[in-house]
Design a binder for this molecule. Structure first.
Ligand code: IVH
Length: 695
């Protein structure tokens, strides 16, 4: 019986691959001690992916291939926490710490020392993770402490969150809490990328993390590389360890060890502190020490070590009596406002910026700080000559936190965003419901400079030797009025510009010529269409392999961007922005000019890809997924459909070929029934995929 035998060995291989890959990822992301070379990891990962794609029954929810699942969500559901997430009381001085400790001794009716655990207070976002029979089944934000938002698909992308606990006898149910964060380096990279795309910057890593956790598209979350430190554990009373499992913890210190053994990343800087003097030493040590850490901390958390004593101490209305957050003072300083400046970005967004007397802050001298947008400016009620308080900590972008209005000079003028663009004089617009004020003059020099910088940037056309200063000269002298003009520049003209030699001019002309061979998705990204970052550009370029095809899709039915939203990951807002871009005459002219300069604006026919594809039973068909399928995750189902030549759409219409419905299917199922669209279950889908291609 060759068949069943083959299946069994595939299954064994899939399990083996999952074990190897999970172990390697744990070593890399949790222990920070890589034990497998990247190319080896990639090869094994691909092998597993191929096995799973060929035999979806082999997919298990804890497979490393299942971290980035599913199509973008339409929203989040609010869920009740099984155990409320309380906050912590704060102490801002050692006196307040000592007062807290005194109250704790009194409540516990104790004298003498209480052992504490000192942990860093990570400045991230609290998460509650639920594991059932060892599998991650739910992740939720803190919310108001009683109810949070269910963000499981996003949290699954965090590599340091185990999808399955490393225990032989996992509890029927356990809740783990900890802090999700974005490390400073990653934060800087995210903001640099956003600046390049002309998007608003995140004020600090915590805001970036919160914004990321609420992203509807798990692929975006995955790209942002969040991290997670676990710090508390709620085990059911009847849990007993299996062979090799860590013992049931009786203290916070043991709970941290338990979490570590179960596969979580636990912050390595926690310390067991025998008495109050040790707590104060720990606090003092990290006041300086935290500056060298690659993530933000705003204090230390002190927790009574003994879990039975924690129970005895209990809770106040909003916080445990057995723990306290001891905060470091924020890095703030007063300064005097010199000028309100305005920056115009690539997409025309106007950002107000405060320029003030230089002040030393968090290791650098600061003289400019963002005021974010018109609303924030109004909220601060900024006046000329105001004394302001500026904050900066580590990687955080300096910002104005408040205005000391009591020190305001008499008769000072209230400051507002200008009504016209400071660069080109065009009237600024602010759309209903948008925070941003924009210049919409497409020939505004600030926008043009930004567009050129973006076009030549690394992720786009990647042209070396065309920096900001040179772009400024080209625009100011009227030598370049559009992206296409770059390709008409000759070396002699370039060599005559400031700080350019004959050699660098020649190199630049060659680099520009070479950039014409960049793939279509990079060109599309380089055009700087609002909402079309590198990920979306790739998805669009794959579905529409030339500018002509994409343009045709946008003009097919004006007002209905359906052909574009059928692309995986592309929602209505993005589609609308693409449609608007392609139907704007100035942009159509730009595409024409680029073609005249020798751009094909198309993907070369990929012989390899088209030659290796198997039968395409779903070619030309559009499917809609709804509800939870018994074994396939959404991303697995989607990948299978796409591999078979089909498209997955998020809404049901008369043109939908099939609706695949699982448990708790909602309105899409009833819509399919009312339109007479064939409804399949998972088995039906798999049968369809196994059919030979329709003639
Ligand atoms: S324990 C009931 N430990 O600080 C006790 N919290 O200000 C629950 N936080 O909501 C919290 N690092 O988001 C704890 N090592 C740590 C922490 C920590 C950061 C956050 C957490 C909490 C907030 C309270």
């Amino acid at each position: 019986m060759p068949e069943p035998l083959a299946v069994t060995s595939d299954q064994a291989r899939a399990e083996e691959l999952r074990r190897l890959l999970t172990r390697a990822a744990h070593a890399y992301y949790v222990l920070d001690a890589p034990e497998m070379e990247d190319p080896v990891y990639d090869r094994l990962y691909r092998e597993l992916l191929e096995l799973e794609q060929a035999q979806p029954a082999l997919i298990s929810p804890d497979s490393p291939t299942q971290r980035v699942g599913g199509a973008p969500a339409e929203g989040f559901t609010s869920v009740a926490h099984r155990i409320g997430l309380l906050s912590l009381d704060n102490a801002f001085s050692l006196d307040e710490l000592e007062a807290w400790y005194g109250r704790l001794l009194k409540v516990l009716d104790r004298t003498g020392d209480l052992a504490m655990v000192g942990e860093l207070k990570i400045d991230g976002n609290a998460l509650a993770l639920s594991y059932a029979q060892g599998l991650l089944v739910r992740a939720a934000t803190r919310g108001d402490g009683e109810r949070g938002e269910e963000i499981t698909a996003n949290v699954r992308t965090i590599q340091s969150v185990p999808l399955r606990l490393q225990l032989n006898h996992p509890p029927a149910w356990v809740e783990v809490r900890g802090e999700a964060l974005i490390p400073d380096g990653t934060f800087a990279a995210i903001n640099a990328e956003r600046a390049q795309r002309g998007e608003a910057l995140f004020a600090n890593p915590r805001n970036a993390c919160a914004g990321t956790l609420r992203q509807l598209d798990p692929r975006v979350v995955s790209a942002r590389r969040l991290d997670f430190f676990a710090y508390t554990l709620h085990l059911p009373d009847d849990w007993r360890p299996g062979p090799g499992d860590p013992p049931r913890p009786t203290s916070q210190w043991e709970a941290l060890r338990w979490l570590q053994a179960a596969g979580f990343k636990v912050n390595p800087n926690a310390a067991l502190l025998p008495d109050l003097a040790a707590v104060e030493g720990f606090f003092a040590q990290w006041e300086e020490g935290r500056k060298a850490l690659p993530y933000a901390t705003d204090g230390v958390v002190v927790k009574l070590n003994d879990l039975r004593l924690q129970d005895a101490a209990g809770f106040t209305q909003k916080a445990p009596r057995w723990a306290i957050a001891l905060k470091y003072p924020a890095e703030e300083a007063p300064s005097t406002l010199v000028r309100l400046a305005c920056q115009v970005g690539r997409t025309g967004v106007v950002t107000p910026v405060a320029e003030f007397e230089p002040v030393p802050l968090a290791g650098t001298t600061v003289s400019r700080a963002t005021l974010h947008n018109a609303d924030r400016l109004a909220e601060l009620d900024l006046h000329a000559g105001d004394t302001i308080v500026v904050r900066k900590a580590g990687e955080i972008i300096p910002e104005v936190v408040r205005v000391l209005s009591e020190l305001r000079p008499a008769g000072a003028v209230r400051l507002e965003l200008p009504h016209v663009c400071p660069e080109c004089g065009a009237e600024l617009v602010r759309e209903e419901g948008e925070a941003a004020t924009r210049c919409v003059n497409s020939s505004c020099p600030a926008i043009l400079r930004g567009a050129l910088r973006h076009w030549v940037s690394k992720g786009a056309l990647d042209v070396d030797g065309l920096g900001g200063k040179l772009i400024e000269q080209l625009v100011d002298r009227g030598l370049v009025r559009s992206i296409a003009d770059l390709y008409g520049l000759d070396a002699a003209l370039l060599a005559s510009l400031d700080r350019m030699g004959a050699k660098s001019a020649e190199n630049l002309v060659a680099a520009l010529a070479a950039s014409k061979a960049q793939p279509w998705h990079r060109q599309l990204y380089g055009l700087g269409i609002h909402h079309v970052g590198d990920v979306n550009a790739k998805a669009l370029a794959q579905a529409f392999p030339s500018a002509a095809e994409l343009a045709a899709a946008t003009s097919a039915d004006p007002g209905s961007p359906d052909l574009i939203t059928a692309v995986f990951g592309i929602g209505g807002e993005i589609a609308q922005s693409v449609q608007q871009w392609f139907t704007t005459p100035a942009n159509q002219a730009l595409l024409e000019q680029l073609e005249q300069q020798g751009f094909s604006l198309a993907s070369p026919l990929d012989a390899e890809a088209s030659g290796t594809t198997g039968p395409m039973p779903l070619a030309g068909q559009t499917l809609v997924l709804t509800g939870t399928l018994p074994t396939l995750t959404r991303s697995a189902a989607q990948a299978l459909i796409e591999a078979a030549g089909g498209k997955v759409s998020s809404s049901v219409s008369k043109k939908t070929s099939y609706v695949v419905a699982g448990e708790e299917a909602g309105s899409k199922l009833s819509k399919a029934e009312s339109l007479g669209v064939t409804v399949l279950d998972e088995a039906g889908l798999l049968a369809l995929l196994a059919e030979p291609a329709a003639a």
